[in-house]
Design a binder for this molecule. Structure first.
Ligand code: BES
Ligand code: ZN
Length: 464
């Protein structure tokens, strides 16, 4: 502690500011969550733009300087800075203001863009992923910049609108702005903690390769009695292809798929056993009759250290009410592969394409389109920001943060390291079961406020 007592004076001032403004913070977050910034669907392009402008205004509200909405060939990047001095460390905060689509809408208890608070949870699309977590960072900066406490670091904020579609234009943006974005550490809150009492720092992410398979058969939909049996059915053919992509041991059958995979070390397996995640809780939470996965690995190992392949959507034939006898002309599937070090997503995309074509039965044509991808990532934990964040989380939540991995992907994390040479520190405030990408996504409001306090205190700990 600073002998002058400045630190504790700041802490009191910040705490007072945070409690006096808590209600306004929540109101403003609800305003942000009302903007349907769905990046995938072009009909929302205007809302995505409006959301970028809202973010820019919010950065000004927080007391940041040089706020800019920067156009890209896709959705804009919102950028802002706070300058301390040349000696201070430079931290780049990254987040995304775009959200995933909301369908199926009828499964939401309240509409996805009409934020609703129930039992301490704020329900809305983007509440956790990632608007809520981004909002926390801005409030922590605001609390320091609007009181006398100040932020003893140079801060650069990069907030993008295309994370949920693979950060397509960000690689170019980083390369073009390498000097301007130069930093010592990147800080991101777009992940989860293990429970409201157990904070976490994420030290690994899986990568992603996403593809779409289209199977075409006859030139039109047919009567399934008149033609069924003599004509290859694209939906049956697609099912056969999908069934061939994994074997009975839950392993992906694509040739070469596992060749670059780093096997877990004994140490890593031992560390994972210390993580308080009980497969029985997971099974109960999801109401599934059993957990399945690659033979020889526990569920946590499967999620954090093993690659996998999953159908995300299938489109074919008659899906209306009742029965219609029809043999569809076409069938499509959207398929994701989650990757681990050292798999390279472009190579996996190509191996997938070849394998799908090899699995295709006679009588149909098959087309494979590669969508976006992301590289897998592993951290080398440590450094001043990591230490400051760790201590601040421990103080705020009463428990040392656990080092966890995440089965999901954040394409920018490995890109920042590769292009800017800056390591990333990932502090998540989402919770397991908070329905990211699903209906009824929520944010725990107590964690939200406590997390803002932790982030504000983290900046203080960076001084000196
Ligand atoms: N915030 C998530 C990543 C995540 C997911 C963290 C689950 C913690 C738990 C991120 O916004 C995300 O969903 N990323 C996409 C990236 C993809 C579209 C390239 C993902 O993982 O599907
Ligand atoms: Zn996210």
């Amino acid at each position: 502690m600073d002998p002058s007592g400045k630190r504790s004076a700041d802490v009191t001032e910040i705490d007072t500011y945070l409690s006096e403004n808590a209600d306004r913070f929540e109101e403003e977050l609800r305003e942000l969550l009302r903007i349907p910034s769905v990046s995938t669907e072009s009909r929302f392009a205007g809302d995505v733009q409006r959301c970028a402008e809202w973010m820019a205004a919010d950065m000004e509200r927080a007391g940041l300087e040089t706020v800019e909405v920067i156009p890209t060939d896709g959705h804009p990047v919102v950028y802002a800075e706070h300058q301390a001095d040349v000696e201070s460390p430079t931290v780049l905060i990254y987040g995304h203001y775009d959200v995933q689509p909301t369908d199926p809408d009828d499964l939401w208890t309240t509409p996805p863009f009409e934020p609703d608070v129930r039992e301490g949870r704020l329900y809305a699309r983007g509440s956790t992923d990632d608007k809520g977590q981004l909002h926390m960072h801005l409030r922590a900066l605001e609390a320091r910049l609007r009181t006398g406490a100040g932020v003893p670091a140079n801060v650069k904020l990069v907030v993008e609108g295309e994370e949920e579609i693979g950060s397509r234009h960000l690689e170019g943006f980083l390369k073009e702005n390498r000097r301007r974005l130069a930093c010592d550490t990147v800080m991101i809150s777009d992940t989860v903690m293990l429970s409201p009492e157990l904070p976490a720092i994420t030290v690994g992410l899986r990568g992603l390769a996403y593809a779409e398979v289209t199977v075409r058969g006859p030139n039109r939909d047919l009567h399934s009695g008149q033609y069924g049996g003599a004509v290859q059915n694209p939906a049956n053919a697609l099912a056969a292809i999908i069934a061939g992509l994994k074997d009975q041991y839950g392993r992906v059958t694509i040739p070469g798929f596992y060749d670059p995979v780093q096997e877990m070390t004994g140490d890593e397996r031992a560390q994972l056993r210390e993580i308080p995640l009980d497969p029985a809780d997971l099974q109960r939470d999801l109401s599934v009759p059993a957990l399945v996965g690659e033979a020889g690995y526990s569920p946590v190992e499967q999620l954090w250290y093993r690659p996998t392949l999953d159908v995300n959507g299938m489109i074919s034939g008659f899906t209306g009410e009742g029965a219609k006898t029809v043999l569809p002309a076409e069938a499509r599937a959207k398929i994701s592969m989650r990757l681990v070090p050292d798999q390279v997503f472009e190579e996996i995309q190509e191996a997938f394409r070849k394998h799908v074509l090899a699995l295709a039965p006679e009588g149909v044509t098959v087309h494979v389109e590669a969508h976006h991808g992301a590289a897998p990532w592993r951290a080398d934990p440590g450094g001043p920001v990591f230490e400051a964040a760790s201590a601040a989380l421990e103080e705020a939540f009463g428990h040392k943060p656990l080092l966890i991995c995440e089965g999901g992907s954040i394409p920018l994390v490995p890109m920042f390291e590769r292009i800017l040479g800056a390591p990333a520190v990932l502090i998540g405030f989402g919770l397991p079961g908070s329905n990211l990408h699903g209906p009824d996504e929520w944010l725990n409001l107590e964690v939200y406020h406590r997390g803002i306090g932790a982030l504000a205190s983290m900046w203080g700990r960076l001084a000196g």
